[in-house]
Design a protein around this ligand. Structure first.
Ligand code: IPE
Ligand code: IPE
Ligand code: MG
Length: 250
C-alpha cells in the first residue's frame, strides 16, 4: 500500500479529502471514436490514444491509495461492431498488456479481468493470463479490466452456477441470499463500486457492473476518453466527494 501520509499530501494537492477517497472506482472509457472522427482520423486512432490514457489514470489511482480500479474496456455488446474494429481492439489489447507489464510491476499493481473471457482470441487470453499471473503478488492496487464484459451475462452466469448447485442437492434454494449471488460473480471478493465515472458526457451504464454499482455515485464528465487528464480525474473524484451517500438510510 501507498503510505497514509503520502496519500494525504497528494490528495490535498489534488483538492481532495484523503479521508473520503473511494475504495473502488469504475470508469466507462467512452468517446475514442468521436475523438478520432473530430480529427478526421480513423476510429482506431482514438482507441490507440485512449490506451495511453489508461496508464496515467492507473498510476494516479495508485498514488491516491485507491484499492481497486475497474475499467470498462470492451463490452459484450461491442462484439457487434464492424469486424475490422473488433480485430483492431483485440490486437491493441494484446499490445497494451505487453507494454504495461513493467509499469504494473513498478507500481505494485495486480491485474485482474472480468467478463466472458473465453470469447477473447486465444492469443489475447494467454497474454492476459500471463500478466495476471506475473502481477498476482502485487498489492498496492488491483486494476480490473472488464473485457467482453456484460453485467447481465455476469448475473446469468452466476444464476447458472447457483442453479447447478441446487440441482446437485448441494444448496437449498431457500438459502440463496445476495451473498450467494455475490460469491458467484466474476470477481467475488471485490467491494462494491463507490463511483462510476463516464467520459464523453454520456449518462448511462451500458450494462456495466449492474450488481456492484447499485449504490455507486455516478459522475459524467465532458472530456472524451483520449483527452481525459489526471486533473479531470481529480475533478471527477472531487465531484464524488461533494455527494452525500445515504444508502437508503437517513
Ligand atoms: C470507447 O470509445 C471504447 C470502446 C467502447 C471500446 P467508443 O469506441 O465507444 O467511442 P465513441 O463512443 O464511438 O466516440
Ligand atoms: C460502453 O461504451 C463500453 C465501453 C466503454 C467499453 P459504448 O460506447 O459501447 O456504449 P453505448 O453503446 O454508447 O451505450
Ligand atoms: Mg462509445
Amino acid at each position: 500500500m501507498v503510505g497514509a501520509a503520502e496519500v494525504a499530501a497528494r490528495a490535498s494537492a489534488a483538492g481532495l479529502d484523503a479521508a473520503r477517497l473511494p475504495r473502488h472506482v469504475a470508469i466507462i472509457m467512452d468517446g475514442n471514436g468521436r475523438w478520432a472522427t473530430a480529427r478526421k482520423q480513423d476510429r482506431t486512432r482514438g482507441h490507440e490514444q485512449g490506451a495511453m490514457v489508461v496508464r496515467a489514470i492507473t498510476t494516479a489511482s495508485v498514488k491516491l491509495g485507491i484499492a481497486r480500479l475497474t475499467l470498462y474496456a470492451f463490452s459484450s455488446e461491442n462484439w457487434s461492431r464492424p469486424q475490422l474494429e473488433v480485430d483492431f481492439l483485440m490486437g491493441l489489447l494484446e499490445r497494451f498488456l505487453e507494454g504495461e507489464l513493467a509499469t504494473l510491476m513498478e507500481n505494485g499493481v495486480r491485474l485482474e479481468a472480468i467478463g466472458s473471457l473465453e470469447r477473447l482470441p486465444a492469443a489475447v487470453r494467454s497474454t492476459l493470463e500471463r500478466i495476471i499471473r506475473t502481477t498476482s503478488a502485487n498489492s498496492a492496487m488491483t486494476l480490473c479490466l472488464a473485457l467482453s464484459y456484460g453485467g447481465r451475462d455476469e448475473l446469468v452466469d452466476a444464476c447458472r452456477a447457483i442453479a447447478a448447485l441446487v440441482a446437485a442437492g448441494r444448496l437449498d434454494a431457500g438459502q440463496i441470499t445476495a451473498s450467494t449471488l455475490q460469491a458467484h460473480l466474476y470477481a467475488p471478493a471485490a467491494s462494491d463500486v463507490d463511483v462510476v465515472i463516464r467520459t464523453a458526457g454520456e449518462m448511462r451504464l451500458s450494462n456495466f457492473l449492474i450488481w456492484q454499482a447499485t449504490y455507486a455515485e455516478y459522475v459524467s464528465v465532458a472530456p472524451l476518453w483520449p483527452d481525459f487528464s489526471v486533473s479531470d480525474y481529480h475533478a471527477a473524484l472531487a465531484e464524488y466527494q461533494r455527494r452525500e451517500r445515504r444508502f437508503g438510510g437517513l
